[in-house]
Design a protein around this ligand. Structure first.
Ligand SMILES: [Zn+2]
Ligand SMILES: [Zn+2]
Length: 92
């Protein structure tokens, strides 16, 4: 693992700065992690693509990476700093 690895959003192909909030969806079989911006449009793609991959029989773990300045250590949405846009769809 390189310390300077570039993270790209799987939805828009834009670069994600590691200190900015983003979502990681990790394939538990291969260890490959798909990253997405915290903004709503990329989250929507994240949900759609993850559903497609789940239907293919894969198993994932989702990680929420908060901003480096976020005071909230609890993972997930709705932190004190508002790192993540309101999700378009949340599976209950
Ligand atoms: Zn994006
Ligand atoms: Zn946060």
């Amino acid at each position: 693992m390189s310390r300077n690895r570039v993270i790209r959003c799987a939805a828009c192909a834009g670069r994600i700065k590691p200190q900015h909030p983003h979502i990681g969806v990790e394939d538990l079989e291969t260890g490959v992690e798909f990253s997405y911006h915290a903004r709503a449009s990329c989250q929507k793609r994240c949900v759609e693509e993850t559903v497609t991959r789940l239907e293919a029989g894969k198993v994932f773990a989702a990680h929420h990476y908060h901003s480096s300045r976020c005071p909230d250590e609890a993972p997930g949405f709705g932190c004190a700093a508002g790192c993540f846009d309101t999700p378009m769809a949340v599976a209950n």
